[in-house]
Design a protein around this ligand. Structure first.
Ligand code: MG
Ligand code: ZN
Length: 241
């Protein structure tokens, strides 16, 4: 019986947001205001598609983007946490569900040499086209009214757990590690034995704190973390139970 670890990427594995950091590659390190103002709530992937097209037209090439993305630091304690998980792959399955994109996540996992820790990465598929411009697509279509059009992390998680069950893999519990507003939907769908690990001071933690103050029940236990080292301590506690 295994535990499923679910990781968010931006501000969870890396201590930054990959989509906003890529703007460092733009001329003057900022976007023209009409492009910046073209973002519509719930349509982030389309917006990033326009940002990547702009960067391409401005002559920003793949190697420069790769340098920018791989220079973002990992979150404190993340190297220790992922090294700990690697040694315990008979106990933990480990996936990423992220609203970043496949190219950025691959670059970071390659550069940090942690590809092998993750069994699967669910994110918006991206690729460089024949012009050398990065293009990105929605991860999927879904009908969750709480999530952006391109990705409901809860739908992804439920589908993954179902698929694994069909393969004979039944998780004793899910531990969800994240920080952001798009982690709220999956976290509030966790069950009694599951653990929501919310990064201290970020949107997910503020939301679950507000929910408990409003007496809105969350079925799972909630652990607040600042460093991957604290996550290791909690995982050690879980596997001793
Ligand atoms: Mg995040
Ligand atoms: Zn959702």
């Amino acid at each position: 019986m295994k535990i499923l670890l679910v990781f968010d990427f931006d501000n969870t594995i890396i201590n930054d947001n990959s989509d906003t950091s890529i703007i460092q590659c733009a001329p003057g390190k900022k976007l023209p205001s009409e492009l910046k103002d073209s973002y519509k709530k719930g349509f982030w992937t389309e917006f990033m598609g326009r940002v990547f097209k702009y960067l391409g037209e401005e002559g920003v090439r793949e190697d420069e983007m790769r340098r920018t993305v791989t220079s973002m630091p990992l979150t404190p304690g993340m190297v220790e946490l992922l090294t700990f998980i690697r040694k315990k792959k008979d106990t933990f399955d480990c996936i990423i569900i992220s609203d970043s994109n496949s190219v950025f996540i691959n670059w970071v996992l390659e550069a940090s040499e942690f590809h092998d820790v993750f069994d699967k990465v669910f994110t918006n598929p991206a690729a460089f086209d024949s012009n050398g411009y990065l293009t990105v697509q929605n991860h999927h279509a879904h009908s969750c009214s709480k999530c952006p059009k391109n990705l409901c992390k809860n739908v992804v998680l439920v589908e993954f757990v179902d698929q694994q069950l069909q393969q004979g893999v039944n998780y004793t519990r899910i531990v969800y590690i994240g920080d952001g507003g798009n982690d709220v939907c999956p976290v509030t769908s966790l069950k009694k034995d599951d653990v929501a690990m919310a990064r201290k001071g970020y949107t997910l933690q503020k939301t679950v704190t507000r929910m408990s103050q409003n007496l809105e029940p969350i079925a799972s236990s909630v652990v607040i973390w600042s460093s991957g080292i604290e996550i290791i301590s909690h995982l050690q506690f879980l596997i001793k139970e």
